[in-house]
Ligand binder design. Structure first.
Ligand SMILES: *Cc1c(COP(=O)(O)O)cnc(C)c1O
Length: 225
């Protein structure tokens, strides 16, 4: 199927749900992104700062860009002028730098706290306790430009439905706990970003509000190019 057909299929799947599609365009050429854009997709996710910056410069200005990969503090400045949401906030130090750069550009930046949910060792993220400590800190309370809109998690790369559901439920529970404690009156704290090409159906069933889908839209990635 074509990229446009895949987008249409996701629009159908997500119709009447509370969940949005983040089209993960990493490694994909501008032509592929434009095909998705022309089919109505306006939200795209990238995992590398340099690639995100160069795509943002050349693609339509009304695209909503999400950074979904690990972000180094010294690179925040490159995306601060335009990034809509940083989904991969995993430390207070990073959040402080986002605050500083957002202030410099006099804009707000949406942020998701990346929560560690997988069994695998290599993934970045906070534990629920670390997320609470961050939100309780005086440093966080003083921030004016970062807007915490929810949580994000990357599940274990497994075909076990039991394991995936367990991890998605854990993230949802963490979201609900943070909501109750820190954001009871903040309607904008509403996002649970979970689910990728291989597991988005389960993620939607478990309450995802953002699925991050790459290969099921664009086909397999070619990292060799
Ligand atoms: C690449 C990536 C995705 C999309 O993966 P697919 O399996 O191609 O859908 C989702 N989330 C993150 C954080 C990614 O890096």
């Amino acid at each position: 199927m074509s990229i446009a057909q895949n987008i249409a299929e996701f629009q159908e799947i997500l119709k009447n749900t509370n969940c949005r599609l983040i089209a993960v365009s990493k490694t994909q050429p501008n032509e592929a992104i434009l095909e998705a854009y022309e089919a109505g997709q306006k939200v795209f996710g990238e995992n590398k700062v340099q690639e995100l910056v160069s795509k943002q410069e050349t693609l339509p200005a009304d695209i909503e860009w999400h950074l979904i990969g690990h972000l180094q503090t010294n690179k925040v400045k490159y995306i601060a002028p335009f990034v809509h949401t940083i989904q991969s906030v995993d430390s207070l130090k990073l959040l402080q730098e986002i605050e500083k750069q957002a202030a410099k550009h006099e804009r707000g930046i949406n942020c998701l706290l990346q929560i560690y949910i997988a069994e695998e060792e290599s993934k970045f993220g906070l534990s629920p306790e670390e997320a609470k400590a961050l939100l309780q800190s005086e440093e966080f309370k003083a921030m004016q430009h970062v807007n915490i809109t929810g949580v994000m998690g990357i599940a274990t790369n497994t075909s076990s439905e039991t394991q995936l559901r367990k991890e998605f439920r854990y993230l949802r529970k963490c979201f609900e706990e943070l909501k109750t404690i820190f954001f009871p009156d903040k309607a904008a704290f509403k996002e649970i970003s979970m689910g990728m090409s291989s597991d988005y159906q389960l993620a939607i069933a478990e309450g995802s509000t953002m699925i991050r889908v790459g290969s099921s839209i664009f086909g397999a990635r070619n990292y060799a190019k």
